[in-house]
Design a binder for this molecule. Structure first.
Ligand code: ADP
Ligand code: MG
Length: 309
């Protein structure tokens, strides 16, 4: 017999409604909801955390619209660590913003953690981000006049969690990122590497399902970048995360399970020398599709360099 009272069930239902969670009674229901085509069921099994379909994004600031993506597709399975590389201005940050419901596409759909982002109101999008997404930027965006502990606890305080519980969880995370001795220091007094560690703690304090990191080591020297990425790799495993990481650092991209290059509005799967998933050369990739079931795009990856920011 279920131990849930009707009040609990009501609460769950209203919570799901609040964050735009789409609940399906069967896989068929879910597929019908997603695209009305049940033949695509295999693509939407529970192992898939993120599915992006026919994404288009254009900006209309000048006389000509700037089309960043058109018919961009992407599927990411749970536990994957995916690197996204690409020239500066190719739209990598914009893509992460769309995945986090920080921005809206011009067309197309994003499904993330059982949520159809196109359906969310701005308030629901904020709740979705707070629950499902951990975000780390190149610039840490910590509040410099608050301590590391206060910064790390911020996402839990924003959801009105009791302060003692929020600080206990933040403390746990700060210990995990090796900052137990810096917990009560002001964020503005920490080094760049330490600030990025606090950002990681803040991103994970809510136990998100998807970690989005936009050039998280871009402002750090090589040694610190390596240490911060090593930490990110460890947290990805221990927190059972799915992670998408934008980087210009090919050594970091090689350590991710999959590398995609954003080029001319599409994602191209690339194979890098020494990649954990692919092993050896050639550097010219034999691409499989960025999305199972979508046309294969072959690409060359010039010189193993994604360009510089
Ligand atoms: P990346 O992260 O790959 O360097 P961005 O996603 O930041 O690229 O930007 C891609 C392009 O979109 C750039 O040319 C940028 O100027 C343009 N862009 C970004 N945001 C806006 C906006 N709000 N209005 C108009 N153009 C924008
Ligand atoms: Mg960017």
């Amino acid at each position: 017999m279920s131990s849930e009272s009707s009040t609990d069930v009501d609460h769950l239902a209203s919570t799901n409604e609040a964050v735009g969670v789409v609940q399906f009674s069967s896989l068929e229901d879910r597929d019908a909801h997603m695209d009305g085509n049940s033949s695509r069921r295999a693509e939407f099994d529970d192992s898939i955390l993120l599915h992006v379909e026919n994404l288009r994004k254009e900006y209309r600031s000048g006389s000509q619209p700037l089309v960043l993506f058109d018919a961009l597709n992407l599927t990411v399975r749970r536990s994957e660590m995916v690197a996204i590389v690409g020239e500066s201005g190719s739209g990598k940050s914009t893509l992460l913003h769309l995945l986090a419901a920080l921005d809206r596409p011009s067309a197309g759909d994003v499904y993330c953690a059982s949520t159809w982002l196109g359906k969310l109101t701005p308030g629901q999008a904020a709740t979705f981000r707070n629950r499902e997404i951990g975000y780390v930027w190149q610039l840490h965006y910590l509040l410099p006049e608050f301590t590391a502990l206060e910064n790390a606890a911020m996402p839990l305080l924003a959801r009105d969690q009791p302060r003692s519980a929020a600080f206990a969880k933040a403390q746990e995370l700060l210990c995990e990122v090796g900052l137990e001795a810096r917990m009560h220091h002001l964020a503005g007094e920490l080094s760049g590497g330490e600030q990025q560690r606090v950002s990681l703690a803040r991103a994970l304090v809510t136990q998100p399902s998807l970690l989005l990191a936009d050039e998280p080591t871009g402002n750090l020297d090589n040694r610190t970048a390596d240490a911060v990425f090593g930490l990110l790799e460890r947290l990805h495993a221990t927190h059972r995360l799915t992670s998408i990481l934008v980087t210009h650092n090919m050594e970091i991209a090689k350590r991710c399970g999959r590398t995609l290059r954003l080029h001319e509005g599409r994602l191209h799967e690339v194979r890098l020398h020494g990649s954990s998933s692919e092993g050896a050369f050639p550097q010219v990739p034999t691409a499989s599709s960025a999305t199972p079931g979508h046309p294969i795009v072959r690409t060359e990856f010039p010189g193993g360099n994604a360009g510089t920011a």
